[in-house]
Design a protein around this ligand. Sequence first.
Ligand code: GLN
Length: 235
Amino acid sequence: MATYQLKIAHLYGDLMNTYGDVGNILAMDYYAKQMDTDISTQLVSLGDHFDPNDFDIIFFGGGQDFEQTIVAQDLPSKADAITEFIEAGGPTLAICGGFQLLGQYYIGADGEKITGTKSMSHYTKNQKDHRFIGDTIIKDEQTGEVYHGFENHQGMTFLGDDEAPLGVVSEGAGNNGQDGTEGVHYKNVYGTYFHGPILTRNGDIAKHLLVEALKRKYPNQDFSAQANMEIPATF
Ligand code: GLN
């Protein structure tokens, strides 16, 4: 058994799992092992109780509009607890549909408005008969880190004044194809339109999530070695 233990809540992982983004949990496990940390995961889905104190990391994957409407019906029962986790600095990875649903609202391709958890201030509008599809490259202006991904979304997300983008777009459409932003970095939430197992290509994001989670759970320990760990360019 490793010295440290972290527990991930996989929010609606049976519904929101487009492009195999469950691979992000395998990637976190891979990097956690190098940090002397064991990872456990619990699916938290429709009808399940979510207690923010039971978990160290939230992972909320991407999904199609159909699944998002199903999830949205259950979200009110968990919205306050998710917001509490985020506001307390809980490390969170949210991809595409998950990123959209942590915001104010999402308007689907058919115009239906879905209410999010309202944990964060961004909101997502729809566009007519068009999707943003293709490779994306962004740069985190604060850290200088460059992230690579693949996007496929119709939603156009606009960040709130209290939200920073995950990065500035150098290739691709990003949040909305207009303002050059991609994703969100708010407290310890990393939200993005990158699809699939993004942490296999962007291990620095996995490192940030894990180190923040370790610091919160073990406040008297020093995790500078983990924070300085070199992450290889590919998994
Ligand atoms: N259904 C959403 C959209 O099309 C999110 C898709 C996704 O998760 N990639 O914008």
